[in-house]
Write a protein that binds this ligand. Sequence first.
Ligand SMILES: Nc1ncnc2c1ncn2[C@@H]1O[C@H](COP(=O)(O)OP(=O)(O)OP(=O)(O)O)[C@@H](O)[C@H]1O
Ligand SMILES: [Mg+2]
Length: 317
Amino acid sequence: MEDIVLELKNVNHWFGSGAKQNNVLYDLNLKIRAGQIVSLIGPSGCGKSVLLRAIVGTHPPREGHIIVHASDNVQSAIMKHKPGRDVGIVYQQYSLFPFLTAVQNVAFGLMLDQTNIPFRAFRPFKWRHLRKQHLAEAATLLERLKLKNAIHKYPSEMSGGMCQRVAIAQALIMKPMILLLDEPFGALDEATRTELQDMLLTLYAENNQTIQAGQRPPYTIIIVTHELNEAIRVGDRVIGLSMNWNWRKDHAIYPGTTIVYDKRAPIFLPEQEIDYAMLKKQKEEISHAVFDASFQQDRDEFRQFWSENKTGRSQDA
Ligand SMILES: Nc1ncnc2c1ncn2[C@@H]1O[C@H](COP(=O)(O)OP(=O)(O)OP(=O)(O)O)[C@@H](O)[C@H]1O
Ligand SMILES: [Mg+2]
C-alpha cells in the first residue's frame, strides 16, 4: 500500500474579490509519499509560498482540502484547518531569537509544546528537570547537524549557513511529519549551500535505513528552490508549478497556477558521483515545462510521477 503522508484535493486559492481578484492556485491535486524529498520549483510569484502556508495551516486555501495522514495504518486522516505540530516550516529569513543561544533556540519549541507558564512558575523542580532534557535533546540534534561547536553561540556569532542549520533543527526537534523549506538556502554562498544540501541528503539516507528496517521513514520534506541543480540533486521528485490559463467546467477560461511538471529525480548522496549528463537533461526538460511561457500544450507530458512509479518507493522503482 502506498504510504501517503500529504494529500491535496482540488485546492484553489485567490486573493481579493471582484475586478481585483488575483487567482493564485488552481485546482491543485497532489499526493506525497512518506520519506520523499520533493523539490518545488516555479517562476517567482506563481504561488509557491502561498502553497506552503496553506500546507502548514496558517493560511488555509479558499477551496479544497489539505490532508495530513497521521500514519500509514491509520485509516482516518487529520484535516488541516489550523497549524499543528505535524507540519514544520523554515523560511528563507532566519527565524532565530537573537537573545537565545543555538541550543536554547532549538529547545524553545519543546518548552512551548510541553509546558505552560503556571507549570514553569509553580513546579520549578520538575521544570528544571524537563528543561535539562530539552536542552540535551536539542544539543544532540545540533551535533547531528554538525553544529557541535556552535551549541552555545548566539545567532549574531554564527554564519548564515549555521543559523539556517539551527532553524532547520528548530523545526526538526518537533518531529514534524512534513518539513517545509521555503528557499532555505537562497541567501547562502555556493559552498555553504552544498554543505546544507548534503545535510538534507543525510536525512534522506536515514529514511532509507528506516525503510529497510520496515518502518515509516521519519523525514518527508518539501523544499522550494529557484536553483534547478539543487532541485534535482536533493529531491527524489521534482514538482513544477506554473501560471496557466485553465478551462473550467463551466467553460470559462480561468488563470491560476497548476502543476505542470511532476517527475522522479535522481538522488546523489554526498559520497556518490553526480551524473552531470542526466542532470543536464532533466534541467532542460524542467526549463521547458516550467519556465518557458510559450509551453502550454499537453500538460500530462511532464506529469508522470505516478505512472512511472506505480508500485514501491521511488528509490526502488
Ligand atoms: N497576503 C497576500 N495578499 C495578497 N496577495 C498575496 C499575498 N501573499 C501572496 N500574494 C500574491 O500571491 C501570488 C503568489 O505569491 P507567492 O509569494 O506565493 O509567490 P512565490 O511563488 O513564492 O514567489 P517567489 O519565488 O518570488 O518567492 C503573488 O501574486 C502575490 O502577490
Ligand atoms: Mg516565495
